[in-house]
Design a binder for this molecule. Structure first.
Ligand SMILES: Cc1ncc(COP(=O)(O)O)c(C=O)c1O
Ligand SMILES: [Zn+2]
Length: 401
């Protein structure tokens, strides 16, 4: 692992070695970032170097941990131009292995877990990270121990069990799952891959930033709208822009970063509106967008700093708005999005109306997952909505679904 120069604390700047597994900064619990010698890498790693490379996130291997990848083909997802808004692009992360962008982070984290010879990994998850950990662990021959809320989307549960993971369903939220992992990990010998509590999920997620700029023909978009729970994608993409600048691939310009959350769980939006640099835990978190049901984000201070530095903002979307947008995207764009992804469309519409974005701005909306993971919730919404066209069945009408 020669390529990682050191791991750096995002709070105090402490340097740690990447020769052995690390979690968070031992001094202050800060999130650790992998640092590379970008000045040296720059000499041989050019934008042109990417031509003809594998269409996965590992095409950026010079700026990813130097270990044999555990890969299922994650990343380099389509950047689709919207039919409705000509300057909007939809980054369709639903096409990743296990149907969500979580594949990127877990591919990188499991790659490093295998390189460190770790045998048992544990994760608290709202669902999609669990599915991804289960798949990559199966591929690497590593045990996965998964803690999810008991009302997790059914697809996540079925997937995790199919991949042979050890699943515990918890009567509570992801924060309760995290507590259970923290309490048991030492006795059980698990390495904890909780969001931002190890340095490599960010490394995988940052590739969404590299890809957006590469796929726009090396144009930096004016805005990025990202459905935010723990915020790893937002944090990772911001890191990617700094790295691309150091590589000479882009200048000082940055997209305005927008965090979208669900109205039923919007701690970052609240903290942003109150001009705070850290977020309070959200009480009674509830939303159909399961991945956004994160009452307390470990990287809150990083996200709020990014929103501020990028002249971005934070927006909330109600479940009703999200489900309407989901159906709208399916019908106008042919994209069956996860509710989390559809929230990005709600945010874009609001920001267009408020004048935050102009119609001429190039904005990338991240559809972070596939609607196929949420068919139960989507069917429930369709059953309630009388305006939904019924499906015809020879000999009768189908429904409720
Ligand atoms: C589909 C989907 N979108 C967005 C998120 C939020 O991701 P992050 O924790 O990186 O903010 C999740 C998290 O579970 C998710 O599953
Ligand atoms: Zn520190």
């Amino acid at each position: 692992m020669a390529k990682i120069t050191f791991l750096e604390c995002t709070r105090c700047g402490e340097h740690l070695s990447a020769e052995q597994p690390q979690t968070v900064c031992p001094r202050d619990g800060g999130v650790l970032f992998a640092r590379y010698d970008l000045a040296a890498i720059k000499k041989n790693f050019k934008r042109e170097s990417l031509a003809g490379r594998v269409p996965t996130m590992w095409r950026y291997r010079e700026v990813l941990p130097d270990a044999e990848p555990v890969s299922l083909g994650e990343g380099f997802t389509p950047l689709l131009r919207s039919r409705e808004y000509p300057n909007v692009y939809i980054k369709d992360e639903g096409l990743n292995p296990t149907g969500s962008f979580k594949a990127r982070g877990l591919s990188a984290a499991v790659t490093m877990a295998r390189a460190y010879d770790l045998k048992k990994l544990a994760i608290p998850s709202a669902g999609n990270a669990a599915s991804a950990l289960a798949a990559y662990s199966a591929s690497a021959g590593i045990e996965a121990h998964i803690f999810m809320p008991k009302d997790v989307p059914r697809a996540n549960l079925v997937e995790c069990r199919s991949y042979g993971a050890h699943v515990t369903l918890v009567d509570g939220l992801i924060s309760d799952c995290a507590r259970l992992v923290a309490e048991s990990k030492q006795a059980e010998g698990w390495f904890d891959v909780t969001t931002l509590k190890e340095p490599f999920r960010v490394e995988g997620k940052k590739t969404m930033g590299y890809e957006a700029v590469e796929q726009l023909g090396w144009k930096v978009p004016d805005g990025i709208i990202y459905p935010t729970g723990g915020g790893v994608g937002l944090i990772g993409m911001w890191k990617a822009f700094d790295e691309m600048e150091a590589l000479g691939w882009m200048g000082k310009e940055r997209p305005r970063m927008v965090s979208v959350q669900a109205s039923g769980c919007a701690p970052i939006v609240k903290a942003w509106d109150e001009h705070k640099s850290a977020a309070e835990a959200w009480v009674n978190a509830a939303t159909v967008a399961a991945g956004l049901r994160v009452p307390r984000a470990y990287g809150d201070y990083l996200m709020l700093d990014i929103l501020r530095k990028s002249k971005g903002t934070a927006v909330a979307a109600t479940d009703q708005e999200i489900m309407e947008a989901l159906q709208h995207w399916a019908r106008t764009e042919g994209i069956f999005a996860a509710p989390e992804g559809a929230a990005a469309l709600v945010a874009y519409r609001k920001l267009l109306t408020s004048g935050f974005f102009k119609a001429s701005d190039t904005v990338v909306l991240y559809n972070t997952g596939s609607g196929l993971k949420y068919v139960d919730a989507i069917a429930q919404y369709m059953n309630k909505d009388a305006a939904q066209p019924a499906a015809r069945q020879i000999g009768g009408i189908i429904g409720p679904y």
